[in-house]
Design a protein around this ligand. Sequence first.
Ligand code: NAP
Length: 239
Amino acid sequence: MYNQDRTVLISGASRGIGKCIAKQILKDGHNISIGLRDKEKFKKSAFDLKIKSNENILINKYDAKSHLDAKKWVENTYKYFGEINTLIHCAGIFKRTGLNFKEGEEKDIDELWKVNVLGPWMLTRASWKYLCKSKNSRIIMLVSMSGKRSKGKLAGYSATKFALMGLSQTIRNEGWDEGIRVTTISPSWVNTDMASSINSLKKKDMTQPEDIAQIVSKVLELPNSCIPFDIPINCNLES
Ligand SMILES: NC(=O)c1ccc[n+]([C@@H]2O[C@H](COP(=O)([O-])OP(=O)(O)OC[C@H]3O[C@@H](n4cnc5c(N)ncnc54)[C@H](OP(=O)(O)O)[C@@H]3O)[C@@H](O)[C@H]2O)c1
């Protein structure tokens, strides 16, 4: 088994899956650089109180809709840690925008696209030269089962997750010879704020974000020759 302390950029760590992953990888001994929309709000959270004395954490302003934020976050991180060899893309939004959306809901499609697809794209692009330096980098994308099959009427969300899966495959192709390995994580419902409106399943029966954090922790231990490209996760049978 291969192991190394990594320098990880993680988005979406204020809540949900990203927060659980951030806590876990910190526990594993990696350096982490967190990108947040609201740094002030985060400082008041229990998570921040626990970590604020550590030198292996950097907190940056990051809105996935801002390409400039992505660039600044990457450059600050490189300046602080002297390396970047892992990206974990957890920032994402969910909207119920359907095929026949109402007048005015075009803006929801635009936002889904900017946060769920262009956000990870621009952040990956901004980090690329540093990821290539390491020859042993990792990129983990929180995609979704909605990026593998379309269920129900979630045209907007599903289209962005299929696009993110396509983007991830291309990143894998382009990064392979540089030692960059990509893993997409594709869960169905996970017990976070994003799934709070789901009544068809009890919260305890959904996938728990702490369990996804365990999977990520394990993937970061593995060598270039043993990285799964996609990890589908079901909490209920889809037949
Ligand atoms: N929960 C599920 O059932 C489920 C299933 C499959 C896939 N996923 C995917 O997993 C990822 C994480 O989901 P989650 O369940 O942890 O969601 P969540 O609890 O709703 O958290 C979403 C995270 O994304 C951040 N975010 C949203 N818009 C942003 C923006 N414009 N710029 C920067 N950060 C932004 C949020 O930050 P703020 O606190 O600032 O809002 C928050 O940290 C998403 O990509 C989601 O699509 C989730």
